[in-house]
Design a protein around this ligand. Sequence first.
Ligand code: HEM
Length: 406
Amino acid sequence: MTGSTRTLSKYWMLTNDFTQNPYPVLEYVRRESPVRELSMPGGGRAWVVTRYEDAKAALADPRLSRDIHVQYELMSERSGRTLVPPPEEANHLANLEPPRHTPLRKAISFAFTPRRAEALRPRIEEIADELLDGLAPQARPDLIAGYADPLPVIVIAELMGVPADSWPDFLRWSTALRTHSPAEGSGVLDRSIQELSAYMSDLIARKEQEPGEDLLSALIHADEERRLTRTEILSTGFALMTGGNDTTASLVGGVIAALLTHPAERTELLSEPGRWGRSMDELIRYVSPIANALQRVTTEPVELGGVTIPAKEVVIISVMSTNRDTGQFPDHPDELDLTRSKPAHLSFGFGIHYCSGAHLAKLITEIGARRLFERFPDVRLAVGPEELRYQQNVVVRPLAELPVRL
Ligand code: HEM
């Protein structure tokens, strides 16, 4: 679409057409109005940042706040009602800024080092293999519902110390948190948050008495100066589930789909196991497991890309757009190129909120994709690639289904 003019609706980023085919629109927006207004369905507006350099600056700018209280104050002002964030959302690192962010981040950092992630490799392989066993007899399995969705849920539940008989509930809650929005008012979301919260409170109480070798137990029994409150531990559990499950599922599904449609790259990866580590960032850049970073609110006027965004405005950072920005990736950014050297994508964020689970997410994805292709070398799409559909969501960008023949 280079050089074209377009008429975009004021809801341009929120339409189904955009979700299914966003890149031509983003290319146009980056060129014509790289920090562009977007009307929100409930009223009000947001500013969408689409260029790599601006996005990186925005992610590192403390005037763009991730503090959920700042966000709720703005929502209260706009709606004329006093809105208060639920405790599950109000006490974790992704929704707070320093000084509260700092100890919350420090408390979990030990669990997410590359070495800790690597130690989980054999267990992640077992979980992947068990899920593949379940797919084997099916004529046309859906690799999203049957594989990409449950794999990270089980790994993260196990990491936190959730017993195996609760994993099906965890998968159900995780799906509900992703697929239902507060605006829809179906009650499923509220019910799922309540159930998950009650379950986690009970689990924390049990681990106070009988600690295990897991992350929740480590947080509960941490040294006094590092210890979080019960509410913070509960909220951190929410952050790991909501931050880790959908995002990783989206990446696992996206990478498998990309390799199903790029047989040469797939052969290359499978012939040399060491290639996965070196190629993962290019796979992530190409797939774009998330559409946008978590939204920010300006605490004072901020100039970005030549536009002054006033104070108390919502800012959306389009990570998906930055992944195809020729300013950062000058050579054929729309293509998967495993020889691209270390693409510095922003899919795990940048700055103090940089993803805690990045190593783990890469490992789950490598194992998930590799085990599938090793076990079923003839696996192929059961539909044409043009029939694949993405789910509409303001943060993650998962495929809705990935039907295959094994
Ligand atoms: C492909 C998978 C993943 C992607 C694309 C991803 C992406 C991100 C991004 C973009 C952020 C920064 C949010 C922002 O600043 O707006 C973030 C933060 C975070 N992620 Fe991930 N994530 C993934 C997997 C995981 C996993 C597996 C976990 C843990 C189990 C995790 C835990 C977190 C946490 C706790 C934060 C908040 C960090 C902070 O605020 O200091 N993520 N993630």
